[in-house]
Design a protein around this ligand. Structure first.
Ligand SMILES: Nc1nc2c(ncn2[C@@H]2O[C@H](COP(=O)(O)OP(=O)(O)O)[C@@H](O)[C@H]2O)c(=O)[nH]1
Ligand SMILES: [Mg+2]
Length: 697
């Protein structure tokens, strides 16, 4: 297997809204480069990238795939990312390890939600961006409208390097304003083009676009600007250098034209990646830390070896692999490294170059390259491995917050261990999938990016660990408390029917405390009416009863209980008897003290496009939410509100459908508030029903 030096490597991520044609673009790039012998099709489930069963079944990518090809002696590593919002974690991981993002926009639909979301990610990781206008063969394709939309919604520094000679049905020729030629393709063929002169009718348009490119390039560098102002043009090598600098510095975003299913424009794109897109060399030294010390690491194959793991895959036909980028030095099988994250040693086993599910063994991978290694023992995505001499860490991928939670219910008893092993392994593979065992709710809660994400995890659990689970709404962690004072409640626990009797007798006063004050127990016994030794048992009885809850089985909070009187029996009194008496007295007094339920209230920040604001605000109010304020952020509005946890369970999904997928929200726990009577009655009735069900089970 050929090994590449950093100056002969390009790392690109295919990003964009779902259905934009990322997978087909990867397919056509490989075919045009001769890495494959045919052009697969998503509909036929035979593309190199979408090889997983659930991808073939759903005809969407659910996980990023690493592919590669060679073009003119340069290795192109391609990460084909999922476009569906549930899988954006993988997009971030891919952008973290690639230098250039190929952002696809459809020539009919233009800029969509997913386009804007991933565009923001490139800003976060400062990736260079090349825009690809795909599907120019489709009817109603409209290059000018989509270009204007991209400039308005993404950046004004988008400059077309090409435009279609004729768009829509019959699209086969691209006017390239750098070469000032028409690139003529044969639709559906091997991707080779012939150069032709630009017809007169298109000359003016070509000149206009070329001027735009020259102007933007000139603005990237003072010398170029002077040359341009003097001569009104730039030499080919100046254009090339200016484009390279401008793209690398995100001062300009070139746009090229393709039809992936027709394999038109991809070979010219490969040329552009070699000529203009930055590789590891142009990207230069990368940020890292050694302990707390910040430093820059040169992407030098001769340097000390270090790599960053950005993904873990465990798939039956691929095996357990960790995908990584070498950031310095050269790595090879047998190399001893250290995981800076946990200090654990790792010896690299076989190294592979990946292309979808195909893996080829390789002897060395140099700085700047992407590859895979047989699953590392103690190393997971976001970890850095480096040589023993220096323990480096590279900045982690900031994965999107998990916004969708469900509780896991095993279909059959005894599967608990297998389930938690499976959940653990799937979290290690996909950090945007999380789970926790909630001791209070007695539920295992899984969290992910959305319903599709969690459904897919359930399927994987079945496929890999042969366990079946159902997902249900998690319980809401309600609380119980009181609003009134009960000055005196008495309970006498007395069993004296021969043999060792039981006797415990208490008088309690129960009072509400301020929200958040918790619990207070007062010993107001005088004259030893209740011996000291039994008083801790009284408190214990109250506390246990509070834990179980009185009204609906939820923990009691914010009460003060005073033991102010009682009596005992020399023989029959015991800690147990007083504990029982206390818990009964508390239960009785609690019901007389105007008990209420408290519910968790979340602060939410909802980011929505202006046109959806009315609906979203109406919906928040219909969920008993209280709007706290609003700010505008560009073409978006940020609504802040307080809303009961019970009302936002499937909110992520509802918000997406209300805003055409453009709305996102962030929630954080705020405080507890009284549950309105109507809701409270429903909660109490539900817990009654549950109690009966459990009693029958
Ligand atoms: N007409 C046309 N259809 C395309 C083109 N590229 C992709 N498609 C179709 O668009 C759909 C989505 O393509 P896919 O590559 O899976 O998009 P992804 O979700 O971005 O990976 C599939 O049905 C493709 O066949 C194109 O250039 N022209
Ligand atoms: Mg895809």
């Amino acid at each position: 297997m050929k090994e590449y030096t950093p100056d002969h490597i390009r790392n690109v991520s295919l990003i964009g809204h779902g259905g934009a044609g990322k997978t087909m673009t990867a397919e056509a790039l490989l075919f045009s480069a001769g890495a494959t012998t045919r052009l697969g099709r998503v509909e036929e489930g035979n593309t190199v990238s979408d090889y997983r069963a659930d991808e073939i079944e759903r005809r969407i990518s659910v996980s990023s795939s690493l592919l590669n090809c060679e073009w003119k002696g340069t290795k192109i590593n391609i990460l084909d990312t999922p476009g569906y919002t549930d899988f954006t974690g993988d997009v971030k991981a891919s952008l973290r390890v690639t230098d250039t993002a190929l952002l696809l926009v459809k020539a009919v639909e233009g800029v969509e939600v997913g386009t804007e979301i991933v565009w923001r990610y490139t800003q976060e990781y400062q990736n260079s961006v090349v825009l690809i206008m795909n599907k120019l063969d489709q009817e109603n394709a409209d290059f000018d409208r989509v270009l204007a939309q991209a400039r308005e919604n993404l950046s004004h520094d988008i400059v077309p390097l090409q435009f279609p000679l004729k768009q829509g049905l019959g699209f086969d020729s691209i006017v390239d304003v750098i070469r000032m030629k028409v690139l003529k393709y044969t639709p559906g063929a091997n991707g080779k083009f012939t150069e032709e002169e630009i017809p007169a009718a298109a000359q003016a348009r070509a000149q206009e676009f070329r001027q735009q490119v020259l102007e933007v390039i000139a603005e990237t560098d003072e010398n170029l600007l002077n040359t341009y102002l003097e001569k009104g043009t730039l030499a080919p090598e100046e254009i090339k250098a200016g484009l390279k600098t401008g793209i690398r510095q995100r001062k300009l975003f070139p746009l090229v034209c393709v039809s992936s299913t027709q394999n038109i424009g991809l070979s010219a794109l490969l040329d552009a990646l070699i000529d203009f897109a930055p590789g590891p060399v142009e990207r230069g030294p990368v940020d890292a830390k050694e302990g707390d010390k910040e430093l820059k690491v040169a992407q030098d194959p001769a340097g000390l070896p270090s790599l960053f793991v950005f993904k873990a895959v465990s798939e039956s036909h691929v095996g357990e692999l960790s995908l990584f980028r070498v950031f310095s030095g050269t790595v090879a099988p047998g190399l001893d490294m250290v995981n800076a994250h946990n200090g654990k040693p790792e010896r690299l086993a076989q190294l592979f170059v990946m292309s979808g599910k195909d893996r080829k063994e390789i002897g060395h991978l140099m700085a700047g390259d992407l590859g895979a290694v047989v699953k590392l023992k103690d190393t997971h995505p976001n970890d850095t491995l480096s040589g023993k001499a220096h323990t480096l860490t590279y900045p982690p991928i900031v994965f999107p917050e998990s916004v969708f939670n469900m509780a896991v219910v095993p279909r059959s008893k005894g599967d608990e261990d297998k389930i938690s092993t499976g959940l653990h392994a799937m979290h290690q593979e996909d950090p945007t999938f999380q789970f926790r065992v909630d001791g209070e709710l007695h539920q295992t809660i899984v969290s992910g990016q959305g319903e599709v994400h969690l459904d897919m995890m359930v399927k994987r659990l079945k496929a890999r660990y042969n366990v079946e689970v159902d997902l249900v709404e998690p319980r809401v962690p309600y609380r119980e408390t009181i609003k009134a004072v009960v000055k005196d409640v008495e309970y006498k626990h007395k069993k004296q029917t021969g043999g060792h009797g039981q006797y415990g007798h208490v008088h309690l006063r129960i009072e509400p405390l301020k929200r958040g004050q918790g619990f207070e127990f007062l010993d107001e016994i005088v004259g030893g009416v209740v011996p000291n030794k039994f008083i801790p048992a009284v408190e214990k009885g109250v506390v246990e009863c509070m834990k179980e809850g009185v009204v609906a089985g939820y923990p009691v909070v914010d009460v003060r209980v005073a033991l102010h009187y009682g009596s005992y029996h020399d023989v029959d009194s015991s800690e147990m008897a007083f504990k029982l008496a206390a818990s009964q007295a508390f239960r009785k007094g609690f019901m007389e003290a105007k008990p209420i339920l408290l519910e968790p209230i979340y602060n939410i920040e909802v980011r929505v496009p202006e046109d959806a604001m009315g609906d979203v605000m109406g919906d928040i109010s219909s969920r008993r939410g209280k709007i706290a304020g609003m700010d505008s952020e560009g073409r978006y509005q940020v609504i802040r509100a307080a809303i009961p946890a019970a009302e936002i369970h499937r909110y992520a999904t509802v918000l997406r459908s209300m805003t055409g997928g453009r709305g996102v929200y962030h929630a954080s726990m705020s405080h507890y508030e009284e549950v309105p009577r109507e809701q409270a009655e429903k909660v109490i009735a539900a817990s009654e029903k549950n109690k009966h069900k459990e009693a029958e089970a």
